[in-house]
Write a protein that binds this ligand. Sequence first.
Ligand SMILES: Cc1ncc(C[n+]2csc(CCOP(=O)(O)OP(=O)(O)O)c2C)c(N)n1
Ligand SMILES: [Mg+2]
Length: 951
Amino acid sequence: MLRFLRHSRVRILSSQSTPRCQHAAPLVPAVQHLPSRLYNVGRDVYGYRQSAWRPLNLIGLQQQAEGINTDEAAIQNRIQNANLLRLVTAYREHGHKRATLDPLGLLQLQPVPELEPHLYGLSSDSSESYNLTGIVNIGKEKGTVQEVLDHLKKAYCSNIAVEFSHLLTSEEREWFGHQAEESPRWTVSNATKQKIAQVMADAQAFDQFMTTKFATVKRYGGEGAESMMVFFHQLFTQAASDGVEDIILAMPHRGRLNLLMGPLGYSPMVMLKKLRGNPEFPPHLLCVGDIPTHLWTTVDLDVDGKAVHLSLIPNPSHLEANIPVGIGKARGRQMSKQEGDYTLDPSFDGCHGDKVINVLLHGDAAFVAQGVIAECFAMANLPHYAVGGSIHLIVNNQIGFTTPSERGRSSPYSSDIAKMNGNPVIHVNGEDPEAVLSACRLAVSYRQKFRKDVVVDLLCFRRWGHNEIDDPSFTQPIMYGNIKSRLSIPDAYIQKTAEEGSVSKEEVDKNVSEQVREWNRCLKEADSAPDHAYESILQGPWSSCAPPHSHISSWDTGIDSEMLKFIGGKSVEVPDGFSIHPHLKKTFVAARLKRVEEGSSIDWATAESLAMGSLLIQGFNVRLSGQDVGRGTFSHRHAMLVDQENDCIHVPLNNMDQSQKGFFEVANSPLSEEAVLGFEYGMSIESPDLLVLWEAQFGDFFNAAQTIIDTYIFPGELKWQLQSGLVMLLPHGFDGAGPEHSSCRLERFLLQCDSSDEKVDGDNVNVQIANPTTPAQYFHLLRRQMVRNYRKPLIIASPKVLLRLPAAASDLSEMGPRTNFRPVIDDQTTDPQSIQKVVICCGKHYYALQKERESRQAHHIAIVRVESLCPFPADLLQSVLSRYPNAKEYLWSQEEHKNMGAWSFVAPRFENLVGHKLAYAGRDVLGVPAVGTATLHQEEVKQLMVRTFDR
Ligand SMILES: Cc1ncc(C[n+]2csc(CCOP(=O)(O)OP(=O)(O)O)c2C)c(N)n1
Ligand SMILES: [Mg+2]
């Protein structure tokens, strides 16, 4: 193995040093075969470790005896006092309907007949004392109906109310009921009261500071929702005491500046510079910045002397698009920390999500109506996507812009979608900060115990308009009449607790004054503050990366052929006794071994395995996600093999060698694009040492994830200086499959990239777009993603029919040492002197053109392939064309319709940068990507050839 590695060291053809990846990971343990009806794993399924999951998480409906109260005395008492139990159960199920949740008091509470004791033959006037064992947790063993009712009202109908009767297991329901009934007895110390008064006062002070200093800036203030700061205070405290090391946070606009400037300790100098219109990044970086309420941060919090790292991911304006990104980032951090599913420690006895917690904030209107939330819930408990339960906080100000709740949703609560997975919901009145503290305590405790999602629905209000410049009374006069007359939540709390003697108002005021003084000082210096106010953007694991070059660099991505043969053999090896499908044994395993041994006819699937396998051996991790990617939509990949006797999965690339440092996570995704692509982007921004690939089932399905592409993948580096090496594999090509399975809409990606048609591109374009024609080119593209010293998203128009086309195969030597990705492939089959016409094309169409030229014996025509569209290789193309001194005509041929494909992109670049006029040969314009009639398709194919060759 070491022998091979020595030969496989990466050489750079024209650039700086290679990032070194030093994983000190121990050997991968042999995962025990644990039978499960839901997800059978054998050895080496990296990223899913059954023992790291609480069984109830995966098999929610399968009840466990553990945790259920089977105490005989309790059962007997329940039988004896069944009517009292029915009353208690009614409160557990329906109590939330009578809770005092709305700080504005505008919600009309309706009578709830189920809560009437007489319905169960009970009377609150009765002095009978009941045995409460196994029935209700009121802190004593006996009580009257009235005592029980008083307690149930406190537990279920006060400023905090829970919905948990839909939880999937008795264990969860019992635990939740017990905790909720315990919660009225939770006390808050004076020190904590002082702290929560302070965090709310700070948030309020920041909003007031903004009002006076930046009256016209849209800040989406937190006024009316200040108690969300109390949620964070409790979250940080509890996380630190539970040994949590990392919190990944995704949140929208509302209150974001307050959180950044308060608990997250964002540099006031950088923020105030930004608010004054200056950039938030140093001037030498190629960055255009983003609005203040989208800023991100990464910070070490000191919580009671314990360090908790918090990463707040950037958010775009598209509400909820940040949610899957946040979840993916959290899972990425779990991988980086080798925790839970990713542990390499055979004796691991913890749970997935022990070290990293995912926290997601939402607005009430967006949470209920944006479909990506349902997609995220569909993903939440799946192998390879789970994060051990996310904690959601809905900042529910009961309005979305000008749309009140009753017109913004059809469900009673904004949170109702969370019930689809049987997750608990805790509603809380935001005007009661101590109830918010309890709600957070309950939520964090549930997540820690059950590793499932939990939702806190914080009912509050929005003091001003949607932003501070709006007048909300145009549309909500009653609500805003009410709000205007209210004392602020922090002031009301401080007044009440100061009167009680539990909080010192003077201390709160003193701290606020100091804070405001500091902001004022920073504001004075903001315009002239030096650049060292900025922190380094490429930090931590990203310090091995640099900004991309302004020229197109070339990297030696070749690998020693002995090494390639070794990986090729290992990529289809199964353990003794593993029963592989007989068809695959012959057509897949034996065929690959033969190809690899002979070093020729290497197909795409093999080239992909070789690229991935070599990266794993170099210490990089690889993750491939998408629908049915394990087998491959076109049944070509078989990256995971399934034992025909027992459904167990084996991923051969994870078992190449004992010294292997990198591992391959094969993630068959749920049938979602937006959430899954957002998730993968989130994973890709976590670590430069992980190659993340997302494959669409067919290329055009990416458009269901367009928001992620538009707001994160394409502009992420320009807005936030965040690099990502995410690869999108989009099967593309016209084969008569009809309007929706033919095109990955290259034209859209080409419109969105910042390649120039006036000057030659460099590596620093916002995204790379390639349409490769050979497996070797694909191999180099994948390896190049990791071998370079920067990361850049890559869109690949990937093959369908080429997967099995003998002409589209490569030799192993094309992947050998000193080979690299070729942005342009010249025609080696012609005599350059005799060429009169040069046909330029990209992708699979090349093979059709080549065949046609052969049949026509058109030796005066050269066919040149542009493999990289962005960055556009103008220099290379120019030097290739200079080999044809007698060429009189240059023609772009494509199979896509004229208003699609690469034509409009290539034409101006060809003319302006390569220096020749380019003619078009292809289909006419059309309003759908491809026709759905076979005869029409055939006609078009013929016409396409005539237009290309008979001009
Ligand atoms: C996908 C999307 N659609 C529309 C908007 C415009 N918009 C910005 S904020 C907002 C209201 C959001 O309401 P809510 O989710 O309740 O959050 P709040 O502002 O009340 O905190 C709307 C419609 C948007 N940003 N994103
Ligand atoms: Mg709202």
